[in-house]
Design a protein around this ligand. Structure first.
Ligand SMILES: [Ca+2]
Ligand SMILES: [Ca+2]
Length: 194
């Protein structure tokens, strides 16, 4: 009888250990299932350089931007947003794959980055320096833009305020002159910063 009584304890311990293993397996499986959705989702932290601004961070960097994301041949996201005081923002809820990103301001040419590999989790990309001066948004900085600019000189019209200073003056004209003759979209290569 003694042997039976003392022999029950190891069996009880083994049964308890088995239950613990089963609970652990269930918990692990549950966590793995819960992570399937978010783990597959990609986010993308983007930055641009903006012409004529004081050193970042500064309020002049907070600029309205138009952003599109294509995955393969499909446009999966279009957003109008305001970047922060260092020219950055984050897109959430993207799918992984090879993406093409387009960014433009209200008076700039479009910058285009193709072949950007999006992986699950956080991705980073630099979208280059935006070229200011395309006031009529036809992806060319030409005499039409100059005419629109001249009509707004010495006003607070944001369309011609290329450096986002709050006033249209000679500094904005200098930016337009720098971009004059350029056409978009400006295709980006590499990830170097100016
Ligand atoms: Ca134009
Ligand atoms: Ca200005």
């Amino acid at each position: 009888m003694r042997r039976d009584t003392s022999g029950g304890r190891p069996w009880a311990a083994a049964r308890a250990a088995l239950w613990l293993c089963l609970l652990a397996a269930c918990a692990t499986g549950g966590l793995a299932r819960a992570q399937v959705g978010p783990a597959d989702s990609a986010s993308l932290h983007l930055t641009v350089s903006l012409p004529g601004r004081p050193p970042a961070p500064a309020p002049e960097w907070e600029t309205l931007l138009y952003v599109t994301v294509e995955l393969g041949e499909t446009e999966i996201m279009t957003q109008t947003l305001t970047c922060d005081q260092v020219g950055a923002w984050t897109l959430e809820g993207l799918s992984s794959g090879s993406a093409a990103i387009r960014v433009r301001g209200a008076n700039t040419l479009t910058n285009l980055r193709e072949g950007l590999a999006l992986s699950p989790g956080l991705n980073l990309a630099y979208m280059g320096r935006l070229r200011a001066g395309d006031l009529n948004q036809d992806e060319a900085v030409d005499v039409v833009d100059f005419s629109l600019f001249r009509a707004r000189f010495a006003t607070a019209d944001p369309l011609a305020d290329l450096d986002n200073s709050g006033w249209v003056d000679i500094a904005d004209f200098a930016l337009l002159r720098t971009s004059f003759g350029l056409r978009g979209p400006v295709r980006l290569t590499g990830d170097e910063r100016p």
